[in-house]
Write a protein that binds this ligand. Structure first.
Ligand code: SF4
Ligand code: SF4
Length: 211
């Protein structure tokens, strides 16, 4: 629809709407009706009456949080194996399917020959993500989920909306990340990327690589 068409669909205000006062009275009457009905029904509930009639409830957010539906998609997390390493095998399917192009993965050779790859870097830009959940659906390893129940993702800068592998593996972790505790070579924004003198990943355990 063009702008002109949208403007034509706009209804002209009638005389009573143009002088505003009747509309203000109408709005106040509507709000007052909701207030009176809710007060009456909540009071009735206190006495065990009108149980079948629902009344509006105000959640005192953030102290009180509304129950979330189990299928709700919330902030992403990367699932980890028993030894704490990411389940992700760096197949890039999620990065490829993402319609917002907000996933960045750099895959590296895994030190364990039974695992082909692992993510040396895994970023998601939540400022761009549309929460479609395709990345979760497509993952063959159940390595990424959107079940953290974290909804408060607001930040003061666009950069702060970008989650790195630390925050994705530990959803409670928030920037700034003080110390990198991951036991494998990876691109770490906190440390300015992979350290130049880091040994290349070799066959063996994660601890053998980094002690
Ligand atoms: S939820 Fe959708 S937009 Fe967000 S990272 Fe996953 S695939 Fe991309
Ligand atoms: S999260 Fe899953 S789909 Fe994405 S690269 Fe890792 S294994 Fe592949």
């Amino acid at each position: 629809m063009t702008f002109e068409e949208a403007m034509q669909r706009k209804r002209e205000l009638n005389f009573w709407e143009r002088i505003y006062v009747p509309e203000i009275v109408r709005g106040v009457a509507l709000t007052s009706r909701h207030f009176a009905v809710n007060l009456f029904v909540h009071t009735a509930h206190l006495f065990g009456l009108l149980r079948g009639r629902a009344a509006a409830v105000t959640f005192q957010y953030p102290e009180e949080k509304r129950p979330l539906a189990p299928r709700l998609r919330t902030r992403h997390r990367l699932t980890v194996r028993a030894e704490g390493t990411p389940r992700c095998v760096g197949c890039m399917l999620c990065e490829t399917v993402c319609p917002a192009k907000c996933i960045t993965i750099v895959a590296g050779e895994h030190p364990d020959p039974n695992v082909e790859k692992y993510p040396t870097r895994f970023d998601i830009d939540l400022g761009v993500c549309v929460y479609c959940g395709y990345c979760v659906e497509v993952c063959p390893e159940d390595a990424i989920r959107m079940d953290t129940e974290i909804l408060d993702i607001a930040a003061y800068t666009r950069d702060a909306m970008k989650l790195d592998i630390h925050e994705l593996m530990n959803p409670r972790l928030r920037k700034p990340v003080g110390e990198c505790t991951l036991k494998f070579p990876h691109e770490c924004r906190v440390h300015g990327g992979q350290k130049p003198n880091e040994p290349a990943p070799i066959a063996g355990s994660w601890d053998a690589v980094y002690g």
